[in-house]
Design a binder for this molecule. Structure first.
Ligand code: G1P
Length: 296
């Protein structure tokens, strides 16, 4: 087999309505909700860039203009920061516009995650590409995405991220039937979207990181609506399995979920405690709250 092309492109589906965060998401994108002082989507873009990706397509929809503005220059702000001598803030707001080539396309109608990814076809063309779901991001110490790209480089086939969950949790995720290759690598034998625990082939859940061969787009064209009446990405990957091997990289920790309010709050607390400038005061506050509320 010839050497597979390098993974340089990523697609971030960010067109969801964010109904779990209403009213905060009535007029703004859920991906722009701050996790400490950075919008969630910036962590995802930084994760992709750290893994060697330099071309990012964000799939947006209505009420998502702020995402485009966030990654664009803002001359008035830059002028004021400069005039006020706020050089480090100025450097930061300019640097984030230079992270990667960032493109945007609108999904049009919200027909499901699989449909959102299919909208990327023209941009991606005949290249391998990563998909990073907009509701989760990995700790900077995590090697998940580089490990997946490495697996793609080795096999030239699609790769997905898998994590063990409690059996009753599996109904919230895509679920893989795996065949073990080595400690953190499996070949996928089958996939089911959001199975009932009794029917789940394992407790290995699909997490929101994927590397795909371009053949996925053909399957996305053919796949019929699945769970919830939506075009499901998992169902298209299950179809791809008939033609090509698909691999799974398993991982344990380092994932932050911003898709539900409780998980979002946990992400903020954990990341705030990692910040040297916030930890002393915020940590003392938390310790006080824990004691006052009798939480331990
Ligand atoms: C999506 C995918 C699912 C995956 C999950 C990971 O579901 O369809 O297979 O396990 O993301 O977060 P959603 O959370 O959009 O319902």
């Amino acid at each position: 087999m010839s050497t597979p092309p390098i993974v340089r492109k990523a697609v971030i589906p960010a067109a969801g309505l964010g109904t779990r965060f209403l009213p905060a998401t009535k007029a703004q994108a859920k991906e722009m909700l701050p996790v400490v002082d950075k919008p969630a989507i910036q962590y995802i873009v930084e994760e992709a860039v750290a893994a060697g990706i330099d071309d990012i397509l964000i799939i947006t929809g209505r009420s998502k203009r702020s995402i485009e503005d966030h990654f664009d220059r803002q001359f008035e702000l830059e002028y004021h920061l400069d005039a006020a001598g706020k050089q480090s803030e100025l450097t930061e707001v300019v640097a984030l516009t230079e992270l990667a080539d960032i493109h945007f396309v609108r999904q049009g109608s919200p027909l499901g995650l699989g449909h959102a990814v299919s909208v990327a076809r023209k941009h991606v063309g005949d290249n391998p590409f990563a998909v990073l779901l907009g509701d989760e991001f990995m700790a900077t110490s995590s090697t998940l995405l580089p490990d997946m790209i490495q697996t793609y480089a080795q096999y030239g086939r699609s790769v997905m991220a898998l994590q063990e969950v409690e059996p009753e949790e599996i109904r919230r995720y895509g679920c893989a039937k795996p065949e073990r290759i080595s400690d953190h690598l499996v070949q996928i034998l089958d996939l089911v979207e959001k199975p009932e625990p009794a029917e789940a082939p394992s407790n290995l859940a699909v997490m929101g990181r994927y590397i795909f061969t371009p053949e996925l787009f053909e399957k996305l064209e053919q796949v019929q609506p699945g769970v919830g009446g939506e075009i499901q990405l998992t169902d298209a990957i299950a179809m791809l399995l008939a033609d090509q091997a698909v691999y799974g990289v398993t991982f344990e920790g380092g994932r932050y979920d911003t898709g539900t309010v409780p998980a979002y709050l946990q992400a903020i607390v954990e990341l705030a405690l990692e910040r040297a400038d916030l930890r002393p005061e915020f940590g003392a506050f938390l310790a006080d709250v824990v004691q006052r509320e009798g939480l331990v």
